[in-house]
Ligand binder design. Structure first.
Ligand code: HEM
Length: 197
């Protein structure tokens, strides 16, 4: 029997390949900021998360995107970020300006945001050194009740299942890269000269 062809690469896999350098620079930037060194630095990190997840709330609530990805609205971690800020007695900043992009490009932004939940396992562990957990201060980094991996696989399946034109596919890639760029910009704005990278 001839070998069967390799399975076509899924969309999320392509987004991962296209944005892996961006991921690594963001990862390096976050580590350079030492966000878990003490609660003051963690508070700054929460401001970054507030800016990023807050800017995506409109996409998580978008009707078209919720048709494409049923249950999307429930995935936003913005309310949990706000609750974490509240736990720590931080003033909640104003609502960030919304990312407003067409649905194909939004898939790239959402890929970045949802994928950040995977690496968050490592970040969540670090928050324990600050006396924080899923019920206080680190809610938004806690795993989904289903577990991170299962939750991620379900999201990937939804995103991979959308039929897009070639141009829309390229838009999704641009969205993912723009999302990492956006995160980097928030990091620089909040941590500024406290960054050595
Ligand atoms: C110090 C900070 C970070 C570390 C150490 C880190 C680490 C990781 C690790 C280890 C994975 C793979 C997990 C797995 O496959 O089980 C991952 C995946 C991912 N992370 Fe991060 N991450 C960090 C920050 C971020 C941030 C801030 C974002 C987004 C703004 C992000 C977006 C993603 C995405 C989209 C994936 C999924 C990649 C894929 O499999 O397609 N990460 N991260």
């Amino acid at each position: 029997m001839p070998p069967s062809p390799a399975p076509a690469q899924g969309r999320c896999q392509r987004l991962k390949l296209a944005s892996s350098r961006d991921h690594d620079t963001v990862d390096t930037l976050v580590m350079a900021a030492r966000p878990f060194a003490d609660r003051e630095r963690y508070a700054r990190f929460l401001h970054v998360q507030h800016a990023f997840h807050g800017s995506l709330l409109g996409l998580y609530q978008d009707a078209t995107l919720n048709r494409w990805l049923p249950g999307l609205a429930q995935l936003s971690r913005f309310a949990a970020v706000q609750a974490d800020m509240n736990d720590l007695g931080l003033g909640v900043p104003p609502m960030p300006a919304q990312v407003a992009v067409e649905a194909p490009k939004a898939l790239g932004w959402l890929y970045c945001s949802e994928g950040s939940n995977l690496g968050a396992a490592f970040l969540f562990k670090q928050t324990q050194q600050l006396g924080l957990d899923a019920a206080f201060g680190a809610r938004h980094l806690a795993p989904h009740p289903q577990g991170r991996a299962l939750h991620w696989r379900a999201f990937v399946e939804q995103v991979d299942g959308q039929v897009l034109s070639e141009e829309e596919e390229a838009q999704a890639v641009r969205g993912a890269i723009a999302a990492f760029d956006g995160y980097r910009a928030h990091m620089r704005q909040v941590f500024g000269d406290a960054l050595d990278a």
